[in-house]
Design a protein around this ligand. Structure first.
Ligand code: NAP
Length: 449
């Protein structure tokens, strides 16, 4: 179904040559380029001005040493990254990931996706991403704080309310953002609240930011289901992960009348046919910071933990992969289709492999790509920046109402763009083209920079 237009092939070849070994970045670029054949057929001028090549090359990549001292007094070294990908629409904006798998290729893939996602929100934010190969698992609160302080000591040179505004991602929630903001404030002697988002409510955070990615993804999928006369009400849903995105996706789906039957972490998954008790997951993950296996033990009542195997073996109507990249393979997609899935919404970034996407689309499954479906988090971060700039604080309802409207707009922009380019119902194509055109038009206006 998707193919790479021959005019775009040399661009991908050059990206692969220049970013050798960064497979997930190549995958993310290929996926966007495969959608752009129809755009360059209509507008060959995008090729003449090398706009696509420029979009594939980050404006700036920063790699730095992060030394810190563990609780036993031993000095530890991690590597920090910040990729400032594109600032045509506004300051670079995108999260920080702390996970042992992090390398420059992962940060570049996430930064690249972020450029298009941020464009889709319609808000004035460019794209960037950062992180470190630091593993927070099993680290004490003091160790987390010392790591975050050291990370920010270097990062602080490169960020600012009008320059680059980081936020959370895997391994970075309210606690870590607090430590990073504290260190930034101390180093700069400025209360520049808009330099980070995902802050706590006590010091400039936005209501509904914590919930925004999961809520937003659910709003997107609810609207996508509505195009087929369907809704979450009465549906079985499986949500992978049990972190920030997964928890608030489960929360919203439940409030829409859906029943979550399984969720997971990197150790395994739990199945609870009676409906996952989201409050219990919050207690285990947000308060106790324990493994999801505890859920089966604490809940009892038929809930079971499966240590090996794939969560996608659990039959469902709606699947929401919300853990990490490439977690839903072609084999998983076949199983889901066989079990009657009708919609898939990506809460995580690029969680479905290209083969998985193809299988869903060929089977006529509604498929919402992450760069559209999970854009509610960054959109609400931009609302947090607005509140900081105007020294204001909105109510939960006001913020969630804005979020819901933004998600409806993103959904409709993707659907309309897919129609316009002759691929009705193809949200992947719609998201890639709508995001690309907005960024490309801004870049064109700014000259060759
Ligand atoms: P999080 O709170 O750290 O939760 C991540 C969840 O995914 C955890 O349950 C984790 O399990 C699981 N996970 C992580 N790596 C895994 C792996 N290699 N295999 C299996 N499971 C894994 O992170 P999050 O903020 O929810 O982010 C989840 C996804 O959403 C990421 O793709 C992120 O880029 C994307 N996203 C996040 C936001 C946001 O606002 N936070 C916005 C847009 C997109 P363990 O605890 O066992 O590691």
């Amino acid at each position: 179904m998707y193919y790479l237009d021959e005019k775009l092939e040399p661009i991908l070849v050059e990206v692969i040559r220049r970013n050798a070994g960064e497979e997930v970045f190549h995958q993310a670029v290929r996926e966007v380029l495969e959608s752009l054949g129809r755009v360059v057929a209509k507008h060959p001028d995008y090729l003449d001005e090398a706009l696509i090549e420029r979009i594939c090359e980050p404006e700036r990549q920063i790699i730095f040493r992060v030394p810190w001292v563990d609780d036993t007094g031993q000095v530890r070294i991690n590597r920090g990254f910040r990729v400032q990908f594109n600032s045509a629409l506004g300051p670079y904006k995108g999260g920080v990931r702390l996970h042992p798998s992090v390398n420059v290729g992962i940060i570049k893939f996430l930064g690249f996706e972020q450029v298009f996602k941020n464009a889709l929100t319609g808000l004035p934010i460019g794209g960037g991403k950062g992180g470190s190969d630091f593993n927070p698992r099993g680290r004490s609160n003091g160790e987390i704080m010392r790591f975050c302080q050291s990370f920010m000591t270097e990062l602080s040179r490169h960020i600012g309310e009008y320059i680059d505004v980081p936020a959370g991602d895997i391994g970075v929630g309210g606690r870590e953002i607090g430590y990073m903001f504290g260190q930034f404030k101390r180093l700069t002697n400025r209360y520049e609240a808009g330099v980070l988002t995902g802050k706590g409510l006590a010091y400039g955070g936005s209501r509904a930011r914590k919930e925004a990615t999961g809520y937003g993804a659910t709003y997107f999928v609810e609207r996508m289901l509505a195009t087929k006369g369907q809704s979450f009400d009465g549906k079985r849903a499986v949500v992978s992960g049990s972190g920030n995105v997964a928890i608030y996706t489960m929360d919203k789906i439940t409030s829409f009348g859906g029943r979550i039957v399984a969720c997971s972490d990197s150790g395994g998954y739990v199945v609870d046919e009676g409906g996952i008790d989201v409050a219990l997951v919050k207690e285990i993950k947000e308060v106790r910071r324990e493994r999801i296996s505890q859920y089966a033990r604490l809940k009892g009542n038929g809930a079971r933990y499966v240590e090996k195997g794939s969560i996608w073996d659990v039959p469902c109507d709606v699947a929401m992969p919300s853990a990490t990249q490439n977690e839903l393979t072609g084999k998983d997609a076949k199983t889901l289709v066989r079990n009657g899935v009708i919609a898939v919404g990506e809460g995580a970034n690029m969680p479905t492999t290209p083969e998985g996407v193809r299988i869903f689309q060929e089977a006529g499954v509604l498929f919402a790509p992450g760069k559209a479906a999970n854009a509610g988090g960054v959109a609400t971060s931009a609302l947090e920046m607005q509140q900081n700039a105007s020294r204001d604080s909105w109510s939960f309802e006001q913020t969630e109402t804005r979020l819901a409207a933004i998600m409806a707009n993103i959904h409709d922009a993707c659907a309309e763009t897919a129609d316009e380019y002759g691929a009705p119902g193809d949200y992947v194509l719609g998201a890639n083209i709508a995001g690309f055109v907005r960024v490309a038009e801004a870049m064109r206006s700014l000259g060759v920079i």
